[in-house]
Design a protein around this ligand. Structure first.
Ligand code: SF4
Ligand code: SF4
Length: 428
């Protein structure tokens, strides 16, 4: 995939990007990547794949998508912001899904012309990335699929839709027999919209292949998660987070092979007693809002404090891979229902009640032998801030130390976060 000699500037210009500003973004992200990832000691050798993914994120991978689309495979690029948009349906209609969530601030003043100042950084980030024309994934997407999840995103898509063709799915906020049916219909509505976009009909064969492709990726991620229950942990939380972040951008089949190679190396490290952190390092389970690329801030602070993150209950973690879609379906209708049912089980804070998330967090903390739980909400995210109270109660009842933090993408609170996290880790 990598081609250092290739001149990507004409491609970026062809996508309508602001190449000069984009150079500045790449330099800043490269610096962040070096500081967070390349300073880690004793990484598994197979994580070199992740360095390649990071290196090619805005270049080689975009070239694959653009060249592929010009040759008719994939037929279209579909951008998404949320875990509720089923990638199986998109793949089955001959398109490819890419994640568009932004993990960095960009032109916040411009973004505030479209969304209020006190909007969560994730939303402000994707508005800023679009307005600044610095994200090749947004610019190469033929259609963006949003969703009525939190109020901020729901209303932001009305604004975003003025800048880019945007289709919005209606996600229920309670789980009943009636809303299950509504959601099943909604998945069918999406299937029709993507078919219309690509001009390719979804067949039982293509949908089954789409399910299998996504399941294989999720199975590989489950395998990597399981190996992290060992002490010492064979791979860092930072590398594990980046692996799931890559799942929203990289080629699925290629990434699946790479994750299995990482899992295999980690299994051997466990047999050999080799860890990424020393044996006594405190083990942290992360839960909370998603961490989109390049938001590595909190994991970097936790792991540079001498602890190791051994699991992530979030959309860039277990919620992405813990459930599979049944592979037993034989008709398109049956498979679409199976897909809808699998996605309705994602434990996002938009649901009420959402006890399943607390249960998942406690189960994962026990499975991974976590010494403590760190729960994080992005600033101005009311949903995850609200859920932190119930989560704290659940952790207390389970006898697991707990800390809640709220942060943004800036570095202003780095010092304060470091102090709090170091104190928490020492107390464990
Ligand atoms: S936290 Fe909820 S709204 Fe955000 S990406 Fe995940 S499922 Fe979607
Ligand atoms: S972090 Fe919270 S406010 Fe921001 S998009 Fe996700 S659910 Fe909405």
């Amino acid at each position: 995939m990598a081609d250092e000699k290739y001149d990507y500037v004409p491609m970026w210009e062809g996508l309508g990007m602001d190449v000069k500003a984009h150079d500045g973004l790449l330099a800043a992200v490269g610096q962040m990547y070096g500081d967070a990832f390349l300073t880690q000691k004793n990484r598994p050798a197979s994580t070199a794949y992740l360095d390649g993914v990071a290196n090619n994120l805005h270049s080689g991978r975009i070239r694959e998508l653009v060249d592929g689309r010009n040759a008719g495979d994939p037929k279209k690029v579909i951008g998404t912001f949320c875990l509720y948009v089923p990638e199986e349906v998109i793949t089955a209609a001959g398109a490819v899904e890419v994640g568009l969530c932004a993990g960095a601030d960009w032109q916040p003043d411009e973004a505030e012309r479209y969304v209020p100042r006190n909007t969560c950084p994730l939303i402000k980030g994707f508005m800023g990335f679009k307005l600044g024309r610095v994200c090749p994934y947004i610019e190469s997407a033929d259609l963006v699929v949003g969703e009525n999840t939190c109020d901020g995103k729901k209303k932001a898509y009305e604004q975003f839709g003025k800048l880019k063709p945007t289709y919005v799915m209606d996600v229920p906020h309670v789980r009943t027999d009636e809303t299950r049916q509504v959601w099943r219909n909604e998945v069918r509505r999406l299937a029709r919209r993507i078919e219309q976009e690509t001009g390719q009909q979804i067949t039982a064969e293509s949908l089954h292949a789409g399910i299998k492709l996504a399941n294989d990726k999720r199975r590989a991620l489950q395998r990597l998660y399981r190996v992290r229950s060992a002490c010492p942990a064979p791979i860092s939380g930072l590398d594990s987070l980046l692996t799931v972040q890559a799942a929203f951008m990289d080629d699925s089949a290629r990434l699946t092979m790479a994750i299995n190679a990482m899992a295999e190396e980690c299994e051997q490290r466990v047999r050999d007693g080799v860890g990424v952190a020393p044996k006594g390092a405190k083990r942290i389970l992360y839960t909370g809002t998603p961490m989109a690329v390049p938001n590595w801030k909190l994991f970097n602070i936790i792991e540079k404090s001498g602890a190791v993150v051994v699991g992530e209950e979030c959309c860039t973690g277990s919620r992405y891979y813990k459930d599979l879609v049944s592979e037993e379906g034989t008709t398109v209708d049956q498979m679409l229902d199976d897909i809808a049912d699998r996605y309705l089980n994602i434990q996002c804070a938009i649901f009420s009640p959402n006890k399943g998330r607390e249960e998942d967090v406690i189960r994962m903390a026990r499975e991974q032998h976590a010494d403590g739980i760190i729960d994080c909400s992005l600033q101005f995210c009311t949903l995850y801030d609200m859920e932190s109270f119930g989560m704290q109660e659940a952790a207390r009842e389970a006898g697991i130390p707990f800390m809640h933090v709220s942060t943004d993408y800036g570095s202003d609170d780095d010092g304060q976060l470091k102090t709090r996290i170091q104190a928490f880790v020492e107390m464990l």
